[in-house]
Design a protein around this ligand. Structure first.
Ligand code: ADP
Ligand code: SR1
Ligand code: MG
Ligand code: MG
Ligand code: MG
Length: 422
C-alpha cells in the first residue's frame, strides 16, 4: 500500500506542491507568479512520472513513484521505496562524482517523490541523441570516471567490511532486484506473456533461444552472480536512457534499481546499450542514405573500447591510491602499488571482471530484443524487415557474448572487431 499521506500528482497539483514549499518555490519564481508557471509531464521511462516546473526564476524536476509500474499499469504493483533508494544512491554517487549526477533538492518520503535539478536543453537523454545520429566525444571519459568512482568507493576494496555490510542492508532493494531477475534473467529464455519481438521475422530465432541449453546455463550463472555476488553499490539500470548528455557534460539519472551486486552488471549494461545502438545503425542508414551513420558507427566502437579501458585505468588508480585501507585486499597482504602482489591481485580481478562483463552484455542485448522492454534504437526503425535484420544480428551476437564470454572475446578490441564482422 502507498504510504499514509501519499497522493499521485498531476501537472496542476505539482504546481501547488512546489508553490507550498519555499525552498522549491524560490527556485521557480515568486508566489505572485505561480499562475504563470508551466508544468509538463515528460516521463518517457518505463516506471515513473516526471514533471518539469518552469517559472521566471528557473526550473526544477519532480520525479514521483506511483505504487505500480507505469508501462504496465496497476496490475504490476511495485514498491515506492524505490524513491528512497534513488535518493540515497544519488547521494552516494554525489559524494564521489558530483559532476555526473543531478543535485537533489528534496526527498518527500510520504509523497514518494524527489525534487532535483532540471537538466535543461541542450541536455538530452543519450539514447535519444544517439537515435538522432549524434556523437559525444567526452562520453567515454565521463562514463569511465562515473563507473570507477561509484563502484570503487562503495566496494570492500575501499571500505571496511562492517561499513560494506551496513550499506548492503541499506540498499537491499528486494522488489526491484526481483523485477530484474524476472525480466532480464528469466523471461527472455522461456515463454512469457511479457515477451515480444519483431514477429514473424524473428519467430524462429526466439524459438531457438528458448530451447538453447547453453544459453539457459549461461544466463542462470549470471542470475546467480546477480543474487549472490555483492561487490559494490550498483546503479542497477545504467542504460543509455539513464544518462543525459550535452557536448560537454554527462549526468547519470534514475538509480532506483541500486543494490549491492556484481560490478560487471553496471559496466556491461552501458556497453551493451552502446552495442545495441551500433547494431541499429544499418537500419537508420537504410532510411537516411548509405554512409550517413558511418562516423557515428566508428565513434560508438571507439566509445565502447575507451569506456572499458578508461574504467579499468581509473579503477586501478583508485585501488592503488586507496585500496590498502579496505578489508578485501589490505596493504598488509597486497603490498604497495606497483609491487608484484597487488599487480597480481588486480590482474586476477580484471580478468574475472572482463569475462563477467562480456556475458552480462549478452544478456542485456538479448532482453532488449525479446523481453518486455525494448529500445528506441531498434523500435524507431520503421520498416519491420529492416529492423528485424538489425535485431537478428544483435540477437546472435548477444547469444555469442552470453555463452562464450571471455573464451570467445579475449579483449574489448577483439569484441569490437567481432561486432563489426558479425
Ligand atoms: P523512469 O524511472 O521512469 O525510467 P527516469 O528517471 O529515467 O524515469 O526519467 C524519465 C525521463 O524524464 C527521462 O528520460 C528524462 O527525459 C526526464 N528526466 C528525468 N530526470 C530529469 C532531470 N533531472 N532533468 C531533465 N529531465 C529529466
Ligand atoms: C517492467 S521492466 C522495465 C525496465 O525498465 C527499467 O528501466 C529497467 O531496465 C526495467 O527492467
Ligand atoms: Mg529511466
Ligand atoms: Mg527508472
Ligand atoms: Mg538492459
Amino acid at each position: 500500500a502507498a504510504p499514509h499521506g501519499f497522493r499521485a500528482l498531476d501537472c496542476d497539483s505539482v504546481r501547488h506542491y512546489v508553490a507550498a514549499r519555499p525552498p522549491l518555490q524560490q527556485r521557480v519564481g515568486p508566489p505572485a507568479s505561480v499562475d504563470s508557471w508551466t508544468v509538463r509531464e515528460v516521463g518517457d521511462g518505463n516506471i515513473n512520472f516526471v514533471f518539469i516546473v518552469e517559472g521566471p526564476a528557473g526550473a526544477l524536476c519532480i520525479k514521483q513513484a506511483l505504487p505500480y509500474v507505469r508501462c504496465v499499469g496497476e496490475s504490476w504493483p511495485l514498491t515506492q521505496d524505490r524513491v528512497r533508494i534513488e535518493t540515497e544512491a544519488l547521494a552516494e554517487e554525489a559524494a564521489v562524482c558530483p559532476e555526473h549526477v543531478p543535485a537533489v533538492y528534496l526527498y518527500d518520503k510520504a509523497m514518494c517523490l524527489i525534487a532535483m535539478r532540471y537538466l535543461a536543453p541542450p541536455f538530452i537523454i543519450l539514447r535519444r541523441g544517439l537515435v538522432a545520429g549524434a556523437t559525444y566525444p567526452r562520453l567515454a571519459g565521463h562514463l569511465a570516471a562515473f563507473l570507477a568512482s561509484s563502484l570503487f568507493h562503495t566496494s570492500a576494496i575501499k571500505l571496511n567490511t562492517t561499513a560494506f555490510r551496513q550499506k548492503q542492508a541499506q540498499f537491499a532493494n528486494d522488489e526491484m532486484c526481483r523485477l530484474t531477475e524476472q525480466v532480464i534473467f528469466t523471461e527472455p529464455y522461456i515463454k512469457a506473456d511479457n515477451n515480444h519481438w519483431t514477429s514473424p521475422q524473428l519467430d524462429a530465432d526466439v524459438a531457438a533461444l528458448q530451447s538453447d541449453v547453453a544459453a539457459k546455463v549461461a544466463v542462470s550463472r549470471l542470475k546467480a552472480a546477480f543474487v549472490g555476488q555483492p561487490q559494490a553499490l550498483l546503479h542497477g539500470d545504467l542504460h543509455t536512457g539513464s544518462i543525459m548528455v550535452t557536448a560537454e557534460e554527462t549526468a547519470v539519472i534514475d538509480p532506483e534499481f541500486a543494490f549491492y551486486g556484481p560490478i560487471a552488471f553496471d559496466v556491461a549494461k552501458i556497453l551493451a546499450n552502446l552495442l545495441l545502438c551500433y547494431f541499429s545503425l544499418d537500419g537508420h542508414e537504410a532510411a537516411a542514405g548509405a554512409g550517413s551513420r558511418q562516423a557515428q558507427r566508428e565513434w560508438l566502437l571507439a566509445t565502447l573500447r575507451d569506456t572499458w579501458t578508461g574504467f579499468v585505468a581509473a579503477f586501478t588508480r583508485l585501488w592503488d591510491a586507496h585500496g590498502g585501507a579496505g578489508d578485501l585486499y589490505p596493504a598488509a597482504l597486497a603490498g604497495p602499488a606497483g609491487g608484484p602482489v597487488l599487480a597480481a591481485l588486480q590482474a586476477d580481478f580484471f580478468a574475472q571482471l572482463w569475462g563477467e562483463t562480456v556475458a552480462f552484455m549478452g544478456a542485456f542485448v538479448i532482453r532488449r530484443l525479446v523481453g518486455i522492454a525494448h529500445v528506441a534504437d531498434m523500435d524507431s526503425i520503421a520498416d519491420a524487415d529492416t529492423r528485424a535484420a538489425c535485431e537478428r544480428r544483435a540477437l546472435h551476437f548477444g547469444r555469442r557474448m552470453l555463452v562464450e564470454a571471455a573464451a570467445g572475446f579475449t579483449s574489448i578490441e577483439a569484441l569490437a572487431e567481432a561486432a563489426v564482422a558479425a
